[in-house]
Design a protein around this ligand. Structure first.
Ligand code: C6P
Length: 412
């Protein structure tokens, strides 16, 4: 691994690729610490999308003319890039969705319809994002199944012994985040998958906060489903990925009917396309998919392992510094974490902190982070969250800590 100083120098050079990182906010250089919500876009992604709309735009899969062949080729090449990016076995296992939320809902609806019966059990953790809670609640309500919750400890880590107790022959699915968006906890998903498989249960991994920040190998994890969003991976909004094991996806019914997902349609009977198109009804998000391809090219060129090393360095640095700020408490002190730092300050509302930091050009997220049960676990209504990406620097973290001290002095 590169030494710290040269590491910092190496990563600082990528900042020029991001037009938004050159902006000012309230007269101060923008410090963007909200990459867990959505990442900024490199010029190459912006250019790819613009070039597609300006010079190559047409539909995919449906037409014989050259433009459509170009669009189809570039659209489908992203599917191959995603397959390689997450080390899937087959390109048919990659389904384009609108995002992580859409991908999880697809599984809840389709897997639910195929496999969930009354009295079956679905397990999630207390730390889940609402997108990995509500679809399962809806499914359980619909099918008369039970939702079981793995508790987390004071460090916001999964209680593995409690998880082991919850697993039984009725468990049909475990849906677990790889990295929590509200506390940063990195879950031992490989181990959890193995434990679930011992009971014949399938596992969905919500990779919204992991896929952009570490090397993902779905075959090594042995995950049955893996979901993530393009917009958190330096790509456009409106595009996400559902990975599913082929044999499982083949047993699941389509969720939407329409163009592109059929072989033969008659009023008597309709037959569906093979994977992956069975799950992609209608004209898809063409420019978004092509933009995601450019985003994957961009991060692959830097490398996910160096990215995750640098982001860990930023996290350690920020954690050390924030621990020196009086009255600040970190929410999420797991041993293994993604580069997410959630915190509260005694006597100060997170919203006020966020507002005052914004006036100093620092963008952090405040509130419950769509993880109300996690907030509830810690007796809070919300936190302030700084989340980092490889384009952030230690200098920015230093400015942030100085600004935080100033803000807390003012507010107390
Ligand atoms: N978290 C955050 O600021 P979508 O909105 O579909 O792209 O992703 C949903 C989602 C699912 N799981 C996890 C772990 C997530 O973090 C998110 C999105 C954003 O933390 C918006 S609430």
């Amino acid at each position: 691994m590169l030494r710290s100083k040269s590491n910092a120098f190496h990563f600082a050079q990528f900042r020029k690729d991001f037009p938004m990182l050159q902006k000012s906010m309230h007269g101060k250089p923008l410090i963007y610490f909200d990459s867990a919500a959505t990442t900024q876009k490199p010029q190459s992604v912006i250019n790819t999308i613009t070039d597609f709309y300006e010079n190559h735009y047409s539909t995919v899969h449906r037409a014989i003319y050259e433009l459509a062949a170009y669009a189809t080729e570039h659209y489908e090449s992203t599917r191959h890039k995603v397959k390689d990016f997450i080390h899937a076995a087959k390109v048919e296992e990659i389904i384009f969705t609108r995002g992580t939320t859409d991908a999880i809902n697809l599984v809840a609806y389709s897997f639910g319809k195929a496999f969930i019966k009354p009295e079956d059990e679905i397990i999630i953790a207390e730390m889940e994002h609402h997108s990995n809670i509500i679809p399962w609640q809806m499914l359980c309500e619909d099918r008369g199944a039970k939702l079981r919750i793995i508790p987390i400890n004071d460090n916001a880590e999964i209680e593995l012994e409690e998880y082991a107790k919850l697993l039984n022959k009725n468990t049909k699915l475990v849906a677990i985040s790889h990295v929590s968006n509200s506390t940063g906890t990195l879950n031992p998903v490989k181990q959890m998958v193995e434990m679930a498989h011992n009971f014949g249960a399938k596992v969905l991994v919500d990779g919204a906060q992991s896929a952009p920040h570490m090397t993902i190998n779905v075959q090594d994890l042995d995950a049955d489903f893996f979901a993530f969003s393009g917009h958190k991976l330096y790509g456009p909004t409106g595009i996400g990925i559902l990975y599913g094991k082929e044999e499982l996806l083949n047993q699941m019914p389509p969720v939407q009917g329409g163009g592109d997902m059929v072989n033969v349609v008659t009023f008597l009977k309709t037959t569906y396309s093979d994977l992956p198109l069975k799950f992609e009804a209608g004209t898809p998000m063409i420019a978004e998919v092509i933009g995601l391809g450019a985003a994957i090219d961009y991060v692959q060129a830097i490398g996910l392992d160096p990215i995750s090393h640098w982001e860990q360095e930023l996290l350690v640095h920020a954690t050390k510094l924030i621990e020196t700020v009086k009255g600040v408490r970190i929410i999420g002190t797991a041993k293994e974490k993604g580069a997410i730092l959630s915190f509260v300050a005694e006597g100060v509302h997170p919203l006020d902190m966020g507002t005052m930091l914004d006036l100093r050009g620092i963008a952090v997220r405040t509130g419950h982070h769509c993880a109300q049960p996690t907030m509830c676990r810690f007796g809070l209504s919300g936190t302030c969250r700084a989340s980092f990406a490889f384009y952030n620097t230690k200098e920015e973290i230093g400015i942030f800590i100085g600004a935080l001290e100033e803000v807390l002095d003012t507010l107390r």
